[in-house]
Design a protein around this ligand. Structure first.
Ligand code: SAM
Length: 260
């Protein structure tokens, strides 16, 4: 790397515990001068920051690197979702630009520890790619893949992601809360704030749900949606009240002949 160049690693950190980092991620951590830790204001903020710090302490100890913590901009929630996202991304891009300009000297290496894998429902990659284009050759970045929450969900439930030859959809709660339920056959649902699995009762569907996967408070629930829906709503509400935040993901699967 030339001495004027700044380099950023976007490191997939897996969904929580240090053991989910790959060897490639650990090797990248060891080269980094400054880690940028961004978290949104909210009740889970401290715990999420602590999990990142635990990863650094576990692999690097407490010295030899800098940590810069900043509040991540939050997306406004108006009726115009697309516009809200655009403003939010502009704010994040501007924040990243500031961090790169003010917190990294030429020749230094910075890193973002990104939850799960950087390519899945995380636009940091696109925002950094935009910035790198405008840095006229003075900023390079490398993406280190991570284990996604999808993989941890299926591993914990001991199921394959798809049955033989089947397609898999990965989608959002926003989609599932309004789509025609018939279009969902085998789908992972992420970013669901409204327990949209409730729309799938009476339809011969199974659910494999995980909350705080790979974290100390991990919870798993599975079964026919008809059988577990009420329990799941109660469990979600209990754990969210207890901790103040919840990160959950689930697979919805329509039964086919031979499933039981
Ligand atoms: C912004 S997306 C980031 C996903 C991440 N890049 C990944 O690879 O898993 C956040 C969503 O991922 C899911 N998620 C991430 N980590 C999770 C975990 N530890 N337990 C349960 N769901 C998780 C939830 O659906 C959450 O709303």
């Amino acid at each position: 790397m030339n001495c004027e160049m700044k380099k950023l690693y976007l490191i997939g950190m897996g969904p929580g515990k240090p053991e989910y980092l790959t060897v490639q991620a650990i090797n990248a951590l060891k080269q980094v001068n400054v880690f940028f830790m961004l978290e949104k204001e909210g009740r889970g903020k401290l715990e999420l920051l602590e999990m990142r710090q635990t990863i650094l302490t576990h692999y690097l100890g407490d010295t030899g690197y800098r940590v810069v913590m900043v509040n991540s901009p939050a997306r406004a929630k108006t009726v115009d979702y697309q516009n809200d996202v655009q403003i939010w991304h502009d704010e994040k891009r501007a924040l990243f630009a500031q961090l790169i300009a003010n917190e990294m000297a030429d020749g230094q290496i910075g890193a973002f520890l990104l939850w799960g894998d950087p390519s899945l429902y995380d636009q940091t990659v696109s925002l950094i790619a935009d910035l790198a284009k405008h840095y006229t050759g003075k900023l390079e970045f490398e993406i280190i893949p991570g284990i996604t929450s999808v993989q941890v969900l299926t591993a914990k439930h001991k199921i394959p992601l798809n049955r033989v030859g089947e397609s898999i959809t990965i989608t959002t709660g926003r989609h599932v809360e309004t789509c025609d339920p018939i279009e969902i056959n085998n789908a992972v649902v992420m970013l669901d704030y409204n327990a949209s699995f409730q729309r799938f009762t009476g339809q011969n569907m199974d659910i494999y749900w995980g909350g705080y996967l790979g974290c100390a408070d991990e919870v798993l629930v599975s079964g026919a949606v008809d059988d577990v829906c009420d329990d799941l709503l109660r469990i979600k509400s209990e754990v969210r009240n207890e901790k103040g935040w919840l990160m959950d993901i689930y697979l919805l699967r329509r039964r086919i002949d031979g499933d039981h």
